[in-house]
Design a protein around this ligand. Structure first.
Ligand code: CAA
Length: 387
């Protein structure tokens, strides 16, 4: 029996910032952002979207009347949650009208949370092949105006169903992981922006990748020649390029060029959206699926990294049912219909944080199905415009 990723959908708000304009405003050479960081645009998140609404906007496209009653668990990866106690999965479950006989929990380990979800889901489906698990990763990446991390902000959500005989990726049995208590990136409870030791975080990302990749090879006896492509956690797309370059010398010249071509395919969407934290690896995987030319049976390697830090390498093969036409059409439409905001508007939206008291928000500018309409009695008020 194969187990793996059956559906993989994405949502981010339709407003975005062009990073050439940001570079001009910050008096930086645009090529630093476009080439040095590898980002061209960045999603700008309005106050009427949070991790719950973004997750609902993505997940409503993978939940339908056919699978609603097969979902056994909702696993919600996030590092920008909305409540210290109650899980974002519980709100999501209600918004998606999922039945009550399910588990709904939130998973946190920086950008690694959704990968923990995928692995827990795989184990669950192995024992209960008739059921499915909804895994989401939803985050808003905030470093602060005029900080070095500003160009690596972004936000959005991915939603996946993990099932038996999946339509996209059959997961291999072996995955290798590593964790270490380090301070490369963190966000204390009293802060709305992350703290980061930037260069150190890049170095540990690479060290973790090399360690789990070496461990994977020795456990499986597979080598780089067994891989058609790699998908990486992409906090910014140059990070994945640095990781790929760390292992490229293991490949023949011909395979190096094929891996580079597929890497370019894997960063098309991320370059235009920015960092989604927990969802970034899976947006990159979606980009690879849609923008590369892949055939059933070909093996993909996935590297997940969550600062603090947890790293995992796992793999899967393209399903016989693989078809990406609908997804490609969705992304073409999405990118063609976004609204660009100037730097002043981006700064205003960035500063517009939810207050610590009841408020009614103006949702008229937000075109999403699920929106945050305000806070009442300290409870977030979510609206499904199709209900
Ligand atoms: N043309 C082309 N390239 C240029 C250039 C130009 N005009 N000017 C500079 N560059 C290049 C630099 O040479 C450098 O390249 P390398 O990284 O290959 O050396 C690159 O642009 C970036 O330049 P700097 O190192 O000077 O950039 P910086 O000090 O402003 O900070 C950063 C870069 C550390 C990534 C910062 O944006 C940051 O802290 N980001 C957030 C942290 C992060 O994402 N870390 C990644 C690992 S942690 C993780 O993955 C978890 C997560 O999601 C946060």
């Amino acid at each position: 029996m194969h187990i793996g990723i059956d559906q993989l959908e994405f949502y981010a708000p339709s407003t975005y910032l062009d990073l050439t304009e940001l570079a001009d405003a910050r008096q930086v050479d645009p090529n630093k952002y476009l080439i040095g960081i590898g980002q061209s645009q960045q999603a700008v998140i309005p106050v009427t979207q949070d991790v719950v609404t973004m997750a609902a906007n993505a997940a409503s496209r993978v939940i339908n009347d056919e699978n609603r009653n097969k979902i056994a668990m909702v696993l919600f990866g996030t590092e920008s949650g909305i409540d210290h106690s109650k899980s974002a999965a519980m709100y999501l479950k209600r918004l998606l009208q999922l039945p009550d006989n399910i588990r709904a929990i939130e998973l946190k380990q920086a950008c690694y949370g959704a990968t923990a979800g995928v692995q827990f889901a795989r184990d669950y489906v192995a024992l209960h092949p008739e059921q499915q698990v909804l895994v989401v990763g939803s985050d808003i990446a905030r470093y602060g105006l005029k900080t070095p991390g500003e160009v690596t902000q972004g936000g959005g959500a991915v939603a996946m169903t993990i099932s038996a005989e999946p339509a996209l990726l059959n997961l291999d049995d072996v995955s290798t992981f590593r964790s270490e208590d380090i301070m490369d990136f963190w966000r204390p409870l009293y802060r709305t922006e992350a703290l980061v030791d930037g260069r150190y975080s890049e170095n540990v990302y690479i060290d973790f990748f090399k360690a789990v990749w070496a461990n994977y090879q020795s456990q499986t006896n597979r080598h780089i020649r067994d891989f058609e492509a790699f998908a990486f956690h992409l906090p910014f797309t140059k990070m994945g390029l640095k990781a790929l370059r760390a292992v490229l010398p293991e490949a023949s010249e011909q395979q190096q060029s094929q891996l580079m071509t597929n890497f370019e395919a894997s960063r098309v969407y991320n370059r235009l959206v920015g960092n989604l934290y927990t969802g970034s690896l899976y947006l990159s995987l979606r980009s690879l699926f849609d923008q590369a030319t892949l055939k059933p049976g070909q093996r993909i390697g996935l590297f997940s990294y969550g600062s603090g830090a947890e790293g995992e390498f796992y793999s899967g093969t393209i399903s016989d049912k693989f078809d990406v036409e609908a997804s490609k059409a969705w992304f073409d439409h999405y990118f063609a219909n976004r609204t660009q905001v100037d730097v002043a508007t981006y700064e205003r939206l960035f500063k517009q944080q939810l207050p610590n008291h009841d408020v009614l928000l103006d949702t008229r500018q937000d075109d999403a199905r699920f929106v945050l309409a305000g806070i009442k009695h300290d409870q977030r008020q979510y609206v499904d415009r199709e209900a």
